[in-house]
Design a protein. Structure first.
Length: 503
């Protein structure tokens, strides 16, 4: 087999949705794929259809389905990991796109799979390469072993010792593989040095096998007073792990199939994917991932295709009360708002808050929230909703903010016209989605002295807080150390303390 990986190149999204006839033989409900001869619990939402076939893209496998076969065929790839963002069929080729480019797999290869081992040759191509490119850059800062090189709107991080870089030095980046990625660097008084070595063709080994489609029981867990009371205790005292053990014992006494799976997870053995339905019941179809604490569900991420019927089943199931963190990810906002507005989520403490409508739904649910993720302050109504006393319990806000409007957001936080920050202590964790943390850090650090006195801020692992009359700065073990020179420049009065921040 011969596959191609197009580095930093992506096919254009389809202008129109795929015609229903192209996958009329298959039905996707939540994470369940069904066809005339069988069914399969999908591990990811990434699936594509052609003719009378379908292919699902998993982390280390391609799973091929045919309408006339009851069992799918798995192409296991132990040496290759897919991190798909989108899948598509283009001109008899499966395109699996990720943040780094597109893997192109001929459909002929997927139609002719035979049990056994095979070799796949993968060639990396660079469609956006410009060998004649030569772009000037400037070494903006040096911290530790790294130099930050500004190249247009891009920033490169290089080992300053290896390349002989000094602050303020003018350099040139040559042979652009993709926008912002260069093969080599020209440094004054040095020969040309390699920055990124283009990949040569390589070979991976794959194993082909016919899997067995298995339908597992999904038993609802009805609410009852003793279960509800115990779940409330778990949520009220999350650090008291004994309550979780008592709940699992109670489920076993009631003969609930999920008890055995939760006991297994509590003992440190993960729940097999094939047994998720028995453990999570209707939650398995409505959420793309469920994380456990002490053997019980704690964090759930909404699935993209969750239906109204699946949502109703979830809200009638006692296990939803165990969920403390509810994440939106790529799920439907309408479904997400319906979940948040339900009083069935008695343990909910942390949610995604991308807009005011989501926050309003959370108010209807009456949740005692402590953490908000993905807070969308770009929606100007968010501040008005957060100003309500329903959110006084919130102490931590994770805020994505593009560097282009960071200064405007700082001005709004300082003005605090809705009294979101003056009324109660908040920890604001700012995150730049494009990893341009230096620009964001400059805005946040400069504004910090004007924030409400009890406000704590973090920028990519660097945290500022007030203690007496001092400003203390700490950095997490994985914090962005390139921010420290910016901190010293913008806020020289801050006292840096090594070690992770404590909230």
């Amino acid at each position: 087999m011969n596959w191609t990986f197009a580095s930093h190149a992506w096919p254009a999204p389809p202008r129109e949705p795929v015609a229903p006839a192209s996958h009329a033989a298959f039905t996707v409900t939540g994470r369940q794929l069904t066809w005339r001869r069988g069914s399969y619990a999908l591990k990811t939402p990434h699936i594509a259809f052609w003719d009378a076939r379908a292919v699902a893209v998993e982390a280390r496998a391609l799973v091929v389905f045919e309408t006339e076969r009851a069992t799918p065929t798995r192409l296991e790839l132990a040496e290759l990991v897919f991190v798909p963002q989108r899948t598509a069929i283009v001109e008899r080729m499966l395109h699996v796109t990720s943040a780094f480019g597109t893997m192109r797999v001929p459909l002929d290869d997927l139609e002719q799979l035979v049990d056994g081992e095979l070799e796949i040759s993968i060639e990396t191509v660079y469609p956006r390469r410009n060998p004649s490119a030569r772009v000037q850059g400037t070494v903006a800062a040096i911290s530790g072993d790294h130099a930050l090189v500004n190249v247009g709107r891009s920033q490169l991080q290089l080992d300053y010792r290896q390349y002989g870089l000094e602050r303020g030095m003018e350099v040139a980046l040559v042979d652009e593989l993709w926008p912002g990625g260069f093969v080599a660097i020209d440094v004054p008084n040095r020969p040309r040095q390699i920055v990124i070595e283009p990949l040569l063709p390589y070979t991976v080994t794959a194993k082909v096998s016919a899997g067995k489609a298995e339908a597992l029981p999904s038993t609802p867990l009805a609410r009852r007073p003793d279960l509800d009371d115990l779940i409330r205790e778990i949520n009220a005292h999350p650090d008291d792990d004994q309550n979780r053990a008592v709940l699992i014992d109670l489920l076993a006494d009631l003969g609930e199939p999920c008890a055995a799976q939760f006991a297994q997870a509590r003992a440190g053995r993960p729940i097999a994917k094939a047994k998720r339905a028995a453990a999570f019941g209707p939650l398995a179809a409505c959420f793309q991932s469920i994380e456990l604490v002490g053997g019980l569900p704690e964090t759930a991420t909404l699935a993209r295709g969750a239906s109204a019927a699946q949502l109703r089943a979830v809200l009638e199931d006692a296990r939803i009360g165990l969920v403390r963190r509810l994440r939106l990810s790529n799920g439907s906002r309408e479904t997400y708002k319906q979940l948040l507005a339900s009083r069935a989520l008695v343990g909910l403490r942390a949610i995604d808050a991308p807009d005011a409508a989501v926050l309003t739904a959370a108010i209807a649910g009456g949740h005692a929230l402590t953490h908000l993720y993905e807070v969308g302050f770009h929606d100007r109504f968010v501040g008005a909703v957060l100003s309500q006393h329903d959110f006084d319990s919130v102490r931590a806000l994770d805020i994505p903010v593009g560097y282009t409007w960071a200064a405007e957001l700082m001005t709004r936080i300082i003005a605090d016209s809705d009294r979101i920050f003056a009324r109660v202590p908040r920890h604001l964790a700012f995150r730049e989605p494009q990893a341009l943390s230096l620009v964001l850090g400059r805005s946040v650090f400069g504004a910090f002295p004007s924030f409400a006195p009890h406000t704590i801020v973090s920028v990519h692992g660097v945290t500022l807080r007030r203690a007496d009359n001092h400003i203390l700065a700490t950095i997490d073990d994985d914090g962005e150390r390139m921010l420290l020179p910016i901190l010293a420049e913008v806020l020289p009065e801050a006292h840096l303390q090594l070690g992770p921040a404590r909230t």
